[in-house]
Design a protein around this ligand. Structure first.
Ligand code: XBP
Ligand code: MG
Length: 253
C-alpha cells in the first residue's frame, strides 16, 4: 500500500464556515448595489448551494427561482458582472477579519506541515478568495504552505466533477493513492471520490444531512484538545480531535 504523502483541502465549509455569513452576505450586498430586489436568506442559500460556483449559482437562481425576471443581454455576462462585485465584497469581509477558520484548522495545518506532508487546495471558489482568507487568518507566509491553490474557473467543470482534484494532483505530481482529501459537502465528496481520493468529512450546518457514505470518517469538526470532535460516522480509533496519528490510521484502513 502507498504511503500517505499529500493532503488536499477544500476551503468553503471545510477550512472556514464561509457560506452563510460570508459568500451569502457578499452576494446580497452585490444585489443591493446593482439595484436588484433579491435577497438570499440563510434557507434559500442552502437550496442554492446545490449548484457550486458563484456565477453558476446566480444563473441557477434566475432560471429556477424567479418567474418574471429577464436579463437584458447575455445571462453569462450579467452573472459575471454581478459576481465580480460579489467577489469585491467578499474580499473586503476577509480583509476585515470577518471570516475565521474553523476550530482546529490552524492547529491541524501546522501539525501536518511539521510532519512533512505536502499540502494543496482544491476548491470551487474564486482564487483571490482563498489567498485573501489564508493571508487574513494565517498570515502572508501561509500561501507558501500550499504547493498548489487549485480554484475556480481553472477547470471548466466544477465540483461534483473530479476535475479540480485531478488538476491539483497533476500540478503536485502526486497520485490519488498517496493523497487524502478534506471536504464538507456532498458535491465535495462526489468530486474527491471520483478523483480516486479517500476523504475525511467535517460537516457544517448546511451539510450535516448530506450523503457521506463514501467518507473515510465523518466528524462535526476537526476539533482541538479542548474542543473535541463528535464522530458522526466511522471509527476515530481512540482519537478525540483530528491529528496526524488519526489521518495515518484512516489512510491505512
Ligand atoms: C464552494 C462553492 C463556491 C462558493 C462561492 O464549493 O461552490 O461557489 O460558494 O465562491 P466547494 P464563488 O466548497 O465545494 O468548493 O462565488 O467565488 O464561486
Ligand atoms: Mg466545501
Amino acid at each position: 500500500m502507498a504511503e500517505l504523502k499529500a493532503l488536499l483541502f477544500d476551503v468553503d465549509g471545510t477550512l472556514a464556515d464561509t457560506e452563510a455569513d460570508g459568500h451569502r452576505v457578499a452576494f446580497n450586498k452585490a444585489f443591493v448595489e446593482a439595484g436588484l430586489d433579491w435577497h438570499w436568506s440563510v434557507d434559500t442559500y442552502g437550496e442554492l448551494l446545490a449548484v457550486t460556483g458563484g456565477k453558476e449559482r446566480i444563473k441557477f437562481f434566475v432560471s429556477d427561482f424567479l418567474e418574471d425576471f429577464f436579463v437584458d443581454g447575455d445571462i453569462n455576462d450579467f452573472a459575471a458582472e454581478l459576481h465580480k462585485r460579489k467577489t469585491h465584497f467578499y474580499l473586503e469581509m476577509t480583509q476585515n477579519g470577518d471570516i475565521p477558520l474553523r476550530t482546529g484548522v490552524e492547529r491541524f495545518l501546522r501539525e501536518v506541515r511539521e510532519a512533512g506532508f505536502r499540502l494543496g487546495i482544491a476548491t470551487t471558489t474564486t482564487p483571490a478568495n482563498v489567498s485573501y482568507l489564508l493571508k487574513a487568518t494565517l498570515g502572508e507566509e501561509s500561501l507558501d504552505w500550499f504547493d498548489v491553490i487549485a480554484a475556480g474557473d481553472i477547470v471548466p467543470a466544477k465540483k461534483p466533477a473530479p476535475d479540480i482534484y485531478t488538476y491539483a494532483m497533476q500540478q503536485m505530481n502526486i497520485k490519488a493513492e498517496e493523497t487524502l482529501a478534506f471536504e464538507d459537502s456532498e458535491n465535495g465528496i462526489l468530486s474527491s471520490v471520483a478523483a480516486g481520493l479517500k476523504t475525511v468529512i467535517t460537516t457544517n450546518g448546511y451539510t450535516e444531512s448530506h450523503d457521506f457514505s463514501k467518507a473515510a470518517i465523518v466528524l462535526d469538526q476537526m476539533g482541538d484538545e479542548n474542543d473535541t470532535f463528535t464522530v458522526i460516522a466511522g471509527n476515530a480509533q481512540g482519537e478525540s480531535y483530528l491529528n496526524v496519528a488519526l489521518i495515518k490510521k484512516l489512510f491505512a484502513e
